[in-house]
Design a protein around this ligand. Sequence first.
Ligand code: XMP
Length: 514
Amino acid sequence: MKKRVFIVDYGSQYCFLIGRRLRSDMGTWCEIITPNELSTLTHDNASAVILSGGPKSVYSVNDADDVEVKRIINDPAIPVLGICYGMQLIAKCLGGTVVRGDKGEYGHTTVARVSSDPICHGCEVWPIVWMSHQDVVVDPGQESIVTIRSEAGIAGFTNNERKCWAVQFHPEVSHTKCGHQILQNFLNFYHIEQNTWNSSTRYEQCKQYVQETVRPNDFVILGLSGGVDSMVCAALLTKLLPPTQWQAVLVDLGIMRQSEVNDVQKYCSDLNIPLQVVDRKTECYTKLANITDPEQKRKIIGSLFIDAFKDTSLTLKPTILCQGTIYPDVIESGRSKSGTAATIKSHHNVGGLPQNMGLTLLEPLRLLFKDEVRLLGLELGLPKVVVGRHPFPGPGLAIRIIGEVTAEKVQIVAAADQIFLEHIHRSNIYDVISQAYAGLLDCKAVGVVGDQRRYGWIICLRAICTEDFMTANVYPFTIHWLENVSTDIINKCPNIARVMYDITSKPPGTIELE
Ligand code: XMP
């Protein structure tokens, strides 16, 4: 098996970014694993190991859990880079000392280079870096050389004997101006393969996986939502399988955006994607009547999807279910299984459907990050409006309507949402915003339209910018811009009395309303 870089995920919010930097900036293939999987690494499969940051303190972790880290550090054929918590872990494993710092360092921090070690080669925009730590390394362990310092103490060290490099700050985030250079220095210094992960290897990897999984007698069913991931899966299957061997199925529960079902039908017909739309709107509204708890809504919608798939399968008789699961979904589900992160919502249906249906699972995108999925989609001929789409949650408008979901409320929120998005497109800011939508609050307010009092619903607009959807900032529209949208919505939607703009970042808010 080909050697690759493994990133051990200790729960840092930036862990995915390390992977994305390596793959997209350096063309280096890497995989993210949980600490439990460290025991599977050897110098035959690992060209290097990166230990990520994480929320724990190294001394709250059992010494027994360090055994595998020590084994990797002591393997002379495996270079190791420790970032933040990863640096503290290396120091501990090398017999050094980590203590609780007085105040910690968070955000932009100034550091100074204190050795001529290659870790800092070419770092011209030194010395501002991005820190996020409370614990401090006070002794980096035997034979280690301190390379970088900050006010709090040691900010970087190397141990040439053990091929270990360590930095307290985050080279993977864009705030660390020389971060790219540091990662590149690590790969260069230890001769780790670069520029080999590109559009053709990405496509070949997906193709090989599909061809190895789908046998001539198989029939594949693909759950199509119209979102980027399932559309890219559909484009891939169109290229790799004959139309007689697979079927895309879109379950319409009446909780999609306005004209979404029609749009998806059009894209599919343009691209020769075999699509069947299963209409379950009435059943969905009946089952959601009087349901106000968001998790219950999610469960009902999830089981409606499964039922619709099962019914469709009776006629199609598939043997394989294709899902647009992508790498962050896989990592998140591994994190919650291994306890490195809490499950906040039941978003991730990785592996949910097939167990229920007895089908083999086909997830061609399961090793790709979102930006890689988009690039693959473009290469497969999907239009930019499809691959550039904002994410849309599986439970759709149901979790953007606080309280009970009814056909009337869906129609109201979808109309407002459409107007909001039209304004965003007209202002040419759709691609700058990561996700935007209109939600509906569970209460009414009074207004005056012309000479009439209007008692109507309250719309809550939300628009955020984010790199990874784990944290997000609110998009800073001007008040004038928002006023225009509000006027347009109230003029065009007779059931709406007020429009609000949600100014809560994430955290403490989430992106969706429920
Ligand atoms: P939150 O609301 O947790 O959202 O900040 C983060 C991202 O996840 C999407 N999301 C969902 N996607 N089923 C999904 O398929 C869900 O139940 C769900 N809830 C949130 C959300 O749209 C955002 O992109």
